[in-house]
Design a protein around this ligand. Structure first.
Ligand SMILES: [Zn+2]
Length: 163
Protein backbone atom coordinates (compact mmCIF):
# COMPACT_ATOMS: atom_id res chain seq x y z
CA UNK A 1 0.00 0.00 0.00
CA UNK A 2 1.49 3.38 -0.95
CA UNK A 3 1.60 6.48 1.25
CA UNK A 4 -1.20 8.27 -0.59
CA UNK A 5 -3.56 5.37 0.01
CA UNK A 6 -2.61 5.38 3.69
CA UNK A 7 -3.20 9.12 3.96
CA UNK A 8 -6.64 8.66 2.47
CA UNK A 9 -7.85 5.65 4.46
CA UNK A 10 -7.23 6.83 8.02
CA UNK A 11 -9.31 10.03 7.61
CA UNK A 12 -11.89 7.92 5.78
CA UNK A 13 -12.40 5.85 8.91
CA UNK A 14 -13.11 8.99 10.93
CA UNK A 15 -15.33 10.46 8.19
CA UNK A 16 -17.35 7.25 8.22
CA UNK A 17 -17.86 7.59 11.98
CA UNK A 18 -19.01 11.20 11.60
CA UNK A 19 -21.49 10.30 8.83
CA UNK A 20 -22.93 7.45 10.87
CA UNK A 21 -23.43 9.82 13.80
CA UNK A 22 -25.19 12.33 11.52
CA UNK A 23 -27.40 9.63 10.04
CA UNK A 24 -28.32 8.35 13.49
CA UNK A 25 -29.80 11.75 14.30
CA UNK A 26 -32.20 11.64 11.35
CA UNK A 27 -32.91 7.88 11.16
CA UNK A 28 -32.43 6.71 14.68
CA UNK A 29 -34.38 3.46 14.22
CA UNK A 30 -31.86 2.08 11.70
CA UNK A 31 -29.49 -0.65 12.85
CA UNK A 32 -25.78 0.06 13.12
CA UNK A 33 -25.23 -2.18 10.09
CA UNK A 34 -27.68 -0.10 8.04
CA UNK A 35 -25.85 3.08 9.08
CA UNK A 36 -22.47 1.56 8.17
CA UNK A 37 -23.81 0.35 4.79
CA UNK A 38 -25.18 3.84 4.05
CA UNK A 39 -21.82 5.43 4.95
CA UNK A 40 -20.05 2.95 2.62
CA UNK A 41 -22.44 3.90 -0.20
CA UNK A 42 -21.86 7.62 0.42
CA UNK A 43 -18.04 7.28 0.28
CA UNK A 44 -18.32 5.38 -3.03
CA UNK A 45 -20.86 7.78 -4.51
CA UNK A 46 -18.66 10.80 -3.68
CA UNK A 47 -15.64 9.03 -5.23
CA UNK A 48 -13.75 9.30 -1.95
CA UNK A 49 -13.05 5.57 -1.86
CA UNK A 50 -13.20 2.60 -4.20
CA UNK A 51 -15.81 -0.04 -3.50
CA UNK A 52 -13.18 -2.36 -1.98
CA UNK A 53 -11.68 0.42 0.19
CA UNK A 54 -15.09 1.54 1.49
CA UNK A 55 -16.09 -2.03 2.36
CA UNK A 56 -12.80 -2.54 4.20
CA UNK A 57 -13.16 0.65 6.25
CA UNK A 58 -16.72 -0.35 7.13
CA UNK A 59 -15.46 -3.76 8.23
CA UNK A 60 -12.66 -2.27 10.38
CA UNK A 61 -15.11 0.07 12.08
CA UNK A 62 -17.69 -2.66 12.71
CA UNK A 63 -15.02 -4.96 14.14
CA UNK A 64 -13.88 -2.35 16.70
CA UNK A 65 -17.47 -1.47 17.68
CA UNK A 66 -18.60 -5.09 17.99
CA UNK A 67 -15.58 -6.06 20.06
CA UNK A 68 -16.03 -3.07 22.40
CA UNK A 69 -19.77 -3.72 22.79
CA UNK A 70 -19.32 -7.45 23.37
CA UNK A 71 -16.65 -6.71 25.98
CA UNK A 72 -19.06 -4.43 27.86
CA UNK A 73 -21.95 -6.92 27.66
CA UNK A 74 -19.83 -9.93 28.68
CA UNK A 75 -17.74 -8.36 31.44
CA UNK A 76 -20.22 -5.70 32.65
CA UNK A 77 -17.30 -3.29 32.60
CA UNK A 78 -17.22 0.07 30.81
CA UNK A 79 -15.85 1.40 27.54
CA UNK A 80 -12.90 2.96 29.40
CA UNK A 81 -11.86 -0.53 30.49
CA UNK A 82 -11.92 -1.73 26.88
CA UNK A 83 -9.88 1.28 25.75
CA UNK A 84 -7.50 0.37 28.56
CA UNK A 85 -5.47 3.57 28.91
CA UNK A 86 -6.00 7.15 30.05
CA UNK A 87 -8.99 8.39 28.01
CA UNK A 88 -7.86 11.99 28.66
CA UNK A 89 -5.40 11.32 25.85
CA UNK A 90 -8.27 10.85 23.37
CA UNK A 91 -9.83 13.78 21.55
CA UNK A 92 -13.30 14.41 23.08
CA UNK A 93 -15.14 14.45 19.78
CA UNK A 94 -13.67 11.12 18.72
CA UNK A 95 -14.44 9.50 22.05
CA UNK A 96 -18.00 10.82 21.95
CA UNK A 97 -18.67 9.48 18.45
CA UNK A 98 -17.17 6.12 19.29
CA UNK A 99 -19.08 5.73 22.54
CA UNK A 100 -22.43 6.63 20.93
CA UNK A 101 -21.87 3.87 18.38
CA UNK A 102 -20.73 1.38 20.98
CA UNK A 103 -23.94 2.14 22.93
CA UNK A 104 -26.07 1.27 19.94
CA UNK A 105 -24.05 -1.88 19.21
CA UNK A 106 -24.45 -2.90 22.85
CA UNK A 107 -28.24 -2.45 22.68
CA UNK A 108 -28.37 -4.57 19.55
CA UNK A 109 -26.22 -7.25 21.17
CA UNK A 110 -28.53 -7.32 24.18
CA UNK A 111 -31.34 -8.32 21.82
CA UNK A 112 -29.44 -11.31 20.51
CA UNK A 113 -29.37 -14.69 22.19
CA UNK A 114 -25.92 -15.64 21.00
CA UNK A 115 -23.76 -12.80 22.15
CA UNK A 116 -20.53 -14.16 23.61
CA UNK A 117 -17.47 -12.16 22.67
CA UNK A 118 -15.70 -13.84 19.77
CA UNK A 119 -11.92 -14.15 19.64
CA UNK A 120 -11.14 -11.34 17.22
CA UNK A 121 -7.86 -10.77 15.43
CA UNK A 122 -6.35 -7.52 14.13
CA UNK A 123 -3.56 -7.55 11.54
CA UNK A 124 -0.72 -5.26 10.48
CA UNK A 125 -1.82 -2.99 7.64
CA UNK A 126 -5.42 -2.76 8.87
CA UNK A 127 -6.94 0.23 10.67
CA UNK A 128 -8.19 0.39 14.24
CA UNK A 129 -9.67 3.30 16.16
CA UNK A 130 -8.97 3.31 19.87
CA UNK A 131 -7.51 1.27 22.66
CA UNK A 132 -4.71 -1.23 23.15
CA UNK A 133 -3.77 -4.14 20.90
CA UNK A 134 -1.42 -6.88 22.12
CA UNK A 135 0.97 -8.79 19.89
CA UNK A 136 -0.11 -12.44 19.52
CA UNK A 137 3.52 -13.53 19.67
CA UNK A 138 5.22 -11.44 22.39
CA UNK A 139 2.29 -9.56 24.03
CA UNK A 140 3.87 -6.16 23.28
CA UNK A 141 1.17 -3.46 23.68
CA UNK A 142 0.30 -0.93 20.95
CA UNK A 143 -1.70 2.14 22.05
CA UNK A 144 -4.18 3.83 19.69
CA UNK A 145 -5.45 7.30 20.63
CA UNK A 146 -7.03 7.84 17.21
CA UNK A 147 -7.71 5.82 14.07
CA UNK A 148 -4.42 4.62 12.56
CA UNK A 149 -2.79 1.77 10.68
CA UNK A 150 -1.67 -1.21 12.70
CA UNK A 151 2.11 -1.56 12.28
CA UNK A 152 4.22 -4.69 12.36
CA UNK A 153 5.06 -5.45 16.01
CA UNK A 154 8.03 -3.15 16.81
CA UNK A 155 9.31 -5.69 19.33
CA UNK A 156 9.26 -8.98 17.41
CA UNK A 157 8.01 -8.32 13.87
CA UNK A 158 4.81 -10.39 14.20
CA UNK A 159 1.70 -9.21 12.30
CA UNK A 160 -1.33 -10.36 14.34
CA UNK A 161 -2.80 -8.79 17.47
CA UNK A 162 -5.63 -9.16 20.00
CA UNK A 163 -7.38 -6.95 22.58
ZN1 LIG B 1 5.53 -8.91 19.13
Amino acid sequence: MNDNTKKKLVPAYQTMMARIEDAKKSANHNSLQQHIDAAIETAIKLNELSHVEAERIGYYLRRDLQDAAAFIVDTEKALVDWINFDIELIENRLLEMFSIMVDQTQQELNNLQERARQATQWNSGEITALGVLYCDNCNHALHFQKPDFIPVCPNCGATSFHR
